[in-house]
Design a protein around this ligand. Structure first.
Ligand code: C2E
Ligand code: CA
Ligand code: CA
Length: 277
């Protein structure tokens, strides 16, 4: 793909070109304000293993088509990345996520938002985040978490560590997403100012029956703690895995066992229930 980048495709992962062009046109329409084609955020709770309560949420974008179908990011994020539409799409996601956080203010600790490598590389990204925050005097900025993946390190010409430092100076927190799936996870930990490690679900699913996974998780938990970082285990689907993570001292988890991502009214209802318990 140029430079020393290599991309691997399999047939299942490849979105046909025609579909990509259609996806691009739809993202454009949605961003232009077409009321029949929207980009709502769904929310997946992050749950404390200590209290069983919701401590935060990850905002995950969806596309709602004119016939009411809800499409996952798989169908349009890649096209948005390739065309640069991810930049306005990312701004929409950030602004909408912060609006929801304010609406749930005294019930939800934080919201995390995914930031693609292309967005992070954009010269205007830090000023854009700053302008969103500047409009909210008194807002505790650590309640906004930006999730970055390791690919940001290689696909971008900018100094990622400098960029993340600039974001940290604004007061937001940084999470390393899909941790463990890349080729340089330790470099990532060594050089980047992050607050949270999100352990990828490939290490989490089935860990209760897999001693090797359990050992890796214990080691990552220890490493993160030693570096002053918190850990969230992703993709917790089974009660046994949830219990194993709690026993291992993983502070927070996310996954279908507790809840799938939900549209905002349903997430809000769940949040209210979590507080009442
Ligand atoms: P991600 O950031 O790793 O998000 C987690 C994905 O795992 C979500 O898929 C979520 O629904 C799914 N998931 C959560 N719990 C479980 C579980 O227990 N088991 C399994 N098998 N899956 C689980 P989703 O919502 O389809 O998002 C897919 C990816 O699309 C995200 O992966 C993220 O990379 C990207 N994405 C989503 N929203 C945005 C966005 O607003 N901006 C950008 N740049 N990327 C986004
Ligand atoms: Ca994420
Ligand atoms: Ca992830």
């Amino acid at each position: 793909a140029g430079g020393n980048r290599v991309q691997v495709y399999t047939d299942e992962l490849r979105v046909p070109v025609q579909q990509k062009i259609a996806a691009e046109a739809r993202v454009r329409r949605a961003l232009a304000g077409d009321p029949r084609l929207t980009l709502p955020l769904w929310f997946q709770p992050v749950v404390s293993t200590e209290t069983g309560r919701i401590v935060g949420a990850e905002a995950l974008v969806r596309m709602r088509t004119p016939d009411g179908e809800i499409l996952s990011p798989f169908h349009f994020i890649e096209a948005a990345e390739e065309t640069g539409l991810i930049v306005p799409l990312g701004e929409h996601v950030l602004r909408t996520a912060v609006e929801h956080l304010l609406q749930w203010s005294d019930r939800l600790g934080y919201i995390s938002v995914n930031v693609s490598p292309r967005q992070l590389a954009e010269p205007d990204f830090v000023p854009m985040v700053e302008s969103v925050l500047a409009a909210l005097p008194g807002f505790d900025r650590s309640r906004l978490v930006l999730e970055i993946t390791e690919t940001a390190l290689f696909t971008s010409a900018v100094d990622v560590s400098e960029r993340l430092n600039a974001l940290k100076r604004l007061g937001v927190r940084i999470a390393l997403d899909d941790f463990g799936t890349g080729y340089s996870s330790l470099t990532w930990l060594k050089s980047l100012p992050a607050d949270i490690v999100k352990l990828d679900r490939s290490f989490v699913a089935g860990l209760a029956e897999d001693a090797r996974k359990a050992s890796i998780i214990e080691a990552v938990l220890w490493l993160a703690r030693s570096l002053g970082m918190s850990t969230i285990a992703e993709g917790v689907e089974e009660q046994a895995d949830w219990e194993a993570l709690r026993t291992a001292g993983c502070p927070a988890v996310q996954g279908y066992f507790f809840s799938k991502p939900l549209p905002s009214p349903e997430f809000e209802a769940m949040l209210l229930k979590s507080i009442e318990r």
